[in-house]
Write a new protein. Sequence first.
Length: 387
Amino acid sequence: MKNISILGSTGSIGCNALKIVEMFPERFNVKALAAKTNIRLLAEQIERFSPELAVVYDEDSASQLKNNLAPGTKADILWGPDGYLTAASSDGIDTTITAVVGAAGLLPTLAAIEAGKTIALANKETLVMAGEIVINKAAQKGVQILPVDSEHSAIFQCLQGQRKEDLAKILLTASGGPFLDRPLAEFSHITKNQALNHPNWEMGPKITVDSATLMNKGLEVLEAKSLFGVSDDMIEVVIHPQSVIHSMVAYKDSSIIAQLGIPDMKAAIAYALSYPERLALNQPMPDFSGGQDLTFQKPDLDKFPCLALAFEACKIGKTLPAVLNAANEVAVNAFLREKISFTEIAKVVSMTMAAHDLHLDPGLEDIISADKWARKEALNFIRNLQA
Ligand SMILES: NC(=O)c1ccc[n+]([C@@H]2O[C@H](COP(=O)([O-])OP(=O)(O)OC[C@H]3O[C@@H](n4cnc5c(N)ncnc54)[C@H](OP(=O)(O)O)[C@@H]3O)[C@@H](O)[C@H]2O)c1
């Protein structure tokens, strides 16, 4: 029986993780659940999975949650930053699933590592912001970070049984999102609803917009660099619109190993929870009887400047990835509130990165202050765009 904590239990990854728990009740026990403000769903999850602890964003949400629970429900209810740290790191938890969206995932993930928990990492922003610090801390504590992101799970699977010195290249696949074939001239008319309509994957709103701008792939390049300890020139992004190949690894003898499957996050989540074992998920497989095309192309950096910005942040490193990430979170939020246009997301990120004074040897505090600085700066740029 593995005791798990799910940070972000009401989101797309969190709900899929709970489906795995439901499929294998003899293997997984939910110790802690954490969400932001989706009280109704969190209350249902508490009734269904009986965690010892549940955490929400603020005091008001905590009292709403208490009011929503059936009399006799035993879970302790906490709120705020300390609550999330407790949910990540409490005694008795074996694996913490980090499925919160955005920079909010960083400190709870570090707390879980500090407490020696195995990490099932969905929150890519953690490694984008502070990859070196997180990976070093995990190594120091002997903690395993198992990727949940499907591409990184695929790469992790393709690396099993291989020697690191034989690795030539990581081929990170990307669907290209809903605007792959749309002419650049039409990009300024893209609406929120169009951007939220991903052709292959069902995900939360932030990552869905990131997938439409290809920033998601840029964040994944940064994530892969830290997770697999490779230089940025060893990572190539390949557009593969069918999302059947979840990523590939090329070796120095020119052999390429790929991992394939249908676009469904349950397989990657289950692998992170059961590694090195594989669970019988009984999901459909891709159809190789003739109807399945596998096509590939290069990403168009003129249409998708966010990917170019992420490559730049990856090359320069230091505090720039945290600045890219924070500015992007603010810009995507503004786009989702229909304050800026689709093409202005990249503009806001680019202007914020250009205004940043790099910290050359950043510790955690420096990264957190770069994140705060970038949020303010990005908001100023957004105000100016609106003026
Ligand atoms: N969805 C996917 O298929 C997928 C694939 C690969 C990687 N990922 C990564 O996994 C993470 C989660 O993605 P998602 O699509 O599951 O996101 P999502 O559906 O938006 O869910 C986000 C979860 O985090 C909680 N949350 C949001 N802000 C928070 C905060 N400030 N503090 C604490 N909790 C907070 C939300 O609670 P409320 O519901 O209460 O707001 C919700 O439970 C992201 O980092 C994403 O890049 C996702």
